[in-house]
Design a protein around this ligand. Structure first.
Ligand SMILES: *Cc1c(COP(=O)(O)O)cnc(C)c1O
Length: 359
């Protein structure tokens, strides 16, 4: 096999071409048009939520969700230290303080015990992230939130269709946020979505998304809003992808199964984003490993760095996030991977890893 296998690649077919062409031809190229409404309705049905609201990307959806949930400057928002930077940035946009807490070593998601330790009188919200497609442990998180009167906002940007105790993510908190960036389960180019059962939150997020324009009086604004709308073109791509998502999820389950088989002796959990951790490797060892894989035609990416290592967010006592972050890589895990490719990737990994290294 001499072709390069990328870490991620969208599955784009005739349906996507047809819907996007239709949207372009119709002249509805900005944020009005039938695909927006269709994407929202179908996505709500997919998750099992009452409402869904499109946004220009996952980060703006998070920002809107926090605003609509009433988070204000000076509030504290608890987020896991191991996540994509946007989870923390969205709180910072409001002047709220992201409080970075440790993760659970098995799920790589936020640790409920660590949440409990981080609560102060200023805490207003918890943002659990379903990292790499694995749902966070939502029952204890919701119990803690209820006990302390906190809002739970799921960051489900990487977890479309993932289930926790028989329910899909997107319905497990006050609201949830998804991303449709090109490397997510489905894509709209750039794009985001908020799901919720809470009508007031939905209405507030919708108004803020459109410059906080008064619903009764055009071009009248009583607070500062945003232009965080998705376009009908993006929604056309999103609808086509959403109509194929059941097949995508089945294909991804196959991909994960092939990895699991090939790496069984290495005792590794395999999620939607395939994760491999090599203990004691360190950041330099990891860069070397990724370079060796690349030479063999296999793309990979490092786990996210702990957010508390970034200069703007200070430090945090998060030993698990630090240990795991510096020893983990993600392997290619997109929908259209074949079994042959997965076996090839695993063979290359075996060739560059010491026999007893990965766990
Ligand atoms: C991708 C991602 C986001 C942000 O989504 P964008 O659409 O890229 O803005 C937020 N949180 C997590 C965990 C993500 O992976």
């Amino acid at each position: 096999m001499d072709t390069f296998i990328p870490i991620s690649q969208p599955s784009i077919g005739e349906k996507e071409l047809a819907y996007v062409s239709d949207a372009v031809r119709s002249g509805w190229v900005s944020s009005l048009g039938p695909y927006i409404e269709s994407f929202e309705r179908k996505f709500a049905a997919f998750c099992g939520s009452r409402f869904a609201l499109t946004a220009s990307n996952g980060t703006t959806a998070l920002h809107l969700a926090l605003l609509a949930a009433g988070i204000e400057a000076g509030d504290e928002v608890i987020v896991p230290d191991l996540t994509f930077i946007a989870t923390a940035n969205a709180a910072a946009y409001i002047g709220a303080r992201p409080v970075l807490v440790d993760i659970d070593v098995e799920t790589l998601c936020i640790s409920p015990a660590a949440i409990e330790r981080a609560i102060t009188p200023k805490t207003r919200a918890i943002v659990p992230v379903h990292l790499y497609g694995h749902p966070a442990d939502m029952d204890p998180i919701n119990a803690i939130a209820e006990k302390h009167g906190l809002v739970v906002i799921e960051d489900a940007a990487e977890a479309h269709g993932a289930e926790y105790r028989g329910r899909r993510v997107g319905t497990l908190g006050k609201c949830a946020v998804f991303s449709f960036y090109g490397n997510k389960v489905i894509t709209s180019g750039e794009g985001g979505m908020i799901t919720t059962d809470d009508e007031a939150l939905y209405t507030k997020a919708k108004r803020l998304r459109d410059h906080a324009m008064s619903p009764d009086k055009r071009y009248w604004h009583e607070e500062i809003g945003y232009n965080y709308r998705m376009t009908n073109l993006q929604a056309a791509l999103g609808v086509a992808q959403l109509e194929r998502i059941d097949a995508f999820m089945a294909q991804r389950r196959d991909v994960v199964g092939w990895y699991r088989e090939a790496l069984a002796h290495r005792r590794r959990n395999v999620y939607c984003m395939v994760c491999v951790e090599v203990e004691g490797m360190g950041d330099a060892g990891r860069q070397h490993l990724m370079g060796e894989l690349r030479k063999r035609g296999v793309d990979s990416r490092p786990y996210f760095y702990p957010i508390s290592d970034m200069p703007m967010y200070g430090s945090a006592d998060t030993p698990v996030a630090h240990r795991v972050s510096h020893s983990g890589i993600n392997l290619p895990s997109f929908t259209d991977l074949t079994r042959e490719q997965v076996l090839h990737i695993c063979a290359q990994l075996e060739a560059v890893l010491p026999a007893d290294a990965a766990r």
